[in-house]
Ligand binder design. Structure first.
Ligand code: NDP
Ligand code: 8X3
Length: 248
């Protein structure tokens, strides 16, 4: 029987590429996001059975409604990719926008927890499963103007470690993938649709592609049962820290 992988934030970037890569590995897919047309487009593109779930990860009731009423054949999720997230704004703390802060904490931290709480108990009951949390280099090291986004990803880093400890011995693996600069819609969202500003983030060096992260995620979830890759930092060759990037 095919295994089932659930990917949050599958409508774009890392989540989309990961869904495609997992489909090539033969996983059936539960794909999640808020943009219905994108989910339909992705379903049409992959050669495996998919279930499209439209919900906002930061809406606790919507997460519960979508995930507690899964059709029977989709209930046994083998792999959960906690990927949905974004940065909103980049600026000094005293000039920050509280709505942006709320969005980052609600989506990147609370959203990841709501989804985890809906899926992981069943993995524990079955004594099998794998959760891959998408952190960031921003969760290892803060950078100027990144304050709350970095805080949200430091929270993911801590939650990932705690989750691994709590699930130790249950048969459920927990791994974190922390990318550096990946060219996706991330900066477009961070800069609120300003395409020119978003483009600058990836200019003058060879940024990671979403497919590079998807490759790593596939590698992690296809290791033998006795191996867990607990944490990974994946950077463009030109990047050494959040702010040290060798540009042409
Ligand atoms: P994208 O903006 O391309 O994708 C973000 C995804 O998250 C979309 O599918 C979006 O779906 C989903 N999402 C955002 N908010 C919500 C929400 N409230 N409810 C449900 N889904 C939501 O960015 P990336 O692919 O780059 O980002 C994916 C993850 O990788 C994020 O956690 C990000 O922090 C992390 N990351 C990104 C890096 C980068 O440089 N790009 C580097 C390090 C980490 P929709 O809008 O349809 O809801
Ligand atoms: C995304 C990478 O450096 O833009 O998490 O924060 S960064």
């Amino acid at each position: 029987m095919s295994k089932i992988a659930m990917v949050t934030g599958a409508t774009s970037g890392i989540g989309w590429a990961t869904a495609e890569a997992l489909a090539k590995e033969g996983y059936q897919l539960i794909i999640c996001g808020r943009r219905k047309e994108r989910l339909q487009e992705l379903s049409a593109k992959v050669d495996v059975k998919t279930l499209e779930l439209l919900f906002d990860v930061s809406d606790r009731a919507a997460v519960a409604e979508a995930l507690h009423s899964l059709p029977t054949e989709w209930k046994q999720i083998d792999v959960l990719i906690n990927n949905a997230g974004n940065a909103h704004g980049l600026g000094k703390i005293h000039e920050g926008n509280i709505d942006d802060w709320d969005a980052m904490i609600d989506i990147n931290v609370k959203g990841l927890l709501y989804v985890t709480k809906a899926i992981v108990p069943n993995m524990v009951e079955r004594g099998a499963g794998h959760v891959v949390n998408i952190g960031s280099i921003a969760g290892k090291e803060a950078y100027p103007g990144g304050n709350v986004y970095c805080g949200s990803k430091h929270a993911v880093d801590a939650i990932n470690t705690g989750m691994r400890m709590d699930l130790n011995g249950t048969g459920v693996k927990v791994s974190q993938v922390c990318p550096g600069l990946v060219e996706t819609e991330f900066s477009l969202v961070r800069f609120k649709g300003d395409k020119d500003r978003a483009k600058v983030a990836y200019e003058g060096f060879d940024a990671l592609r979403a497919e590079d992260i998807a490759d790593l995620i596939c590698f992690i979830v296809t290791r033998p049962a006795h191996v867990n890759i607990a944490d990974t930092l994946i950077l463009p060759a030109a990047q050494a820290s959040p702010t040290l990037v060798a540009k042409n």
